[in-house]
Ligand binder design. Structure first.
Ligand SMILES: Nc1ncnc2c1ncn2[C@@H]1O[C@H](COP(=O)(O)OP(=O)(O)OP(=O)(O)O)[C@@H](O)[C@H]1O
Length: 317
């Protein structure tokens, strides 16, 4: 039975909600700010009536159109049933300055903090595989619903795929699933090494050019930055980091490699995903935030431009 169609039409129908006006201090005990992003901040708070601890996502009204806030809330809420995506509760309101919605608290923070705790060593391979499996499953769930995350990253560093850097030059870019796939590969890279392989995925960056030469099989020399990886992980990287976004494998490709060794040398790394020691799946499981998901038919921000970039690709097969 094909249940896809009704579900998809429901998920893309943004709910129209009349936001309740609140004085936040009346209903919540605000504990502390636990994060901030480009668009707003995240507050740890306890709902007085229920005693529940929540993460309140706050965006300033002055810079956020109501429809953008409602769209983010809507998609976060409708993606919540996936076990690897943080629950967004059916709670949204406004104060005089901000729009808010409430989300489950991720108690151990985000992946970048886990990577930072390794002090430059990198996460242990087993943990990276658990995280990657969880994230690829969540991304598959989104991609099936014609949604792209667009911001799968460990740090706010340049994990963008080459078509984005080209787009900056040519001012045209079509957000695609392939962008998430590239970023997933970069996430694996950063988790294992704590750094990026290049400054910019662009032909002006010699380290990226080395990668392109290797990827196009113009040289058999593995790029220096990738030599710590096993042949199997290199094969996976090749597939996820196809230069043409449309040729990239689906995110689920990672599942075929989870039983392989990823690092050339056996990892001596301690688990850092879970600060108390070994990884406890359930905590990381629910750490994918959906704050940057974008429906291809709702392209509203400046990062997205009107026309497809594929036609202008600098890369040939
Ligand atoms: N539900 C949550 N539980 C615990 N911490 C959270 C939660 N949501 C977000 N955070 C923390 O707040 C930070 C900012 O989150 P937010 O979703 O606003 O933006 P972002 O996607 O990380 O960044 P940006 O908006 O700049 O791209 C996160 O990096 C994380 O550390």
């Amino acid at each position: 039975m094909n249940t896809n169609k009704p579900q998809q039409s429901t998920i893309h129908k943004i709910r129209e909600i009349k936001l309740e006006a609140l004085y936040i201090d009346r209903d919540y005990d605000v504990l502390k700010e636990i994060g901030s992003g480009d668009y707003g901040k995240v507050i740890l708070a306890v709902h007085r009536d229920t005693g529940s601890e929540v993460a309140l996502k706050a965006v300033p009204k002055a810079t956020t159109p109501t429809k953008d806030f409602l769209m983010e809330f809507h998609y976060s809420y409708f993606l919540s049933p996936h076990k690897n995506i943080l629950d967004t509760y059916d709670v949204a309101f406004e104060t005089s300055e901000h729009y808010y919605f409430a989300q489950e608290v991720a108690p151990f923070g985000d992946l970048s903090q886990a990577v930072e705790r390794t002090n430059g060593v990198g996460l242990n391979e087993r943990d990276v595989k658990i995280v990657v499996e969880q994230i690829s499953s969540a991304l598959e769930f989104m991609h099936d619903k014609e949604l792209v995350h667009r911001d799968v990253r460990v740090k706010s560093l340049p994990s963008c795929p080459p078509e984005v850097w080209e787009a900056v030059l040519l001012e045209g870019y079509n957000i695609e699933v392939g962008s998430d796939v590239w970023q997933l590969a970069m996430m694996v890279y950063v988790c294992l090494t704590t750094r990026f392989p290049w400054d910019k995925a662009d032909i002006t960056d010699p380290r990226f050019t080395d990668f392109v030469q290797w990827h196009k099989r113009k040289t058999t020399r593995t790029p220096k930055e990738f030599r710590v990886f096993s042949a199997r992980l290199l094969r996976l990287m090749r597939r996820l980091m196809e230069l043409k976004p449309t040729k990239r494998y689906p995110v689920t490709e990672v599942n075929k490699y989870l039983r392989d060794r990823w690092l050339v040398q056996r990892s001596q790394r301690a688990s850092s995903v879970h600060p108390q020691g070994d990884l406890n799946g359930s905590h990381v499981t629910r750490s994918l935030s959906c704050s940057h998901l974008v429906h291809p038919h709702h392209r509203s921000d400046e990062w997205m431009a009107s026309k497809s970039k594929d036609d202008h690709s600098l890369y040939t097969d």
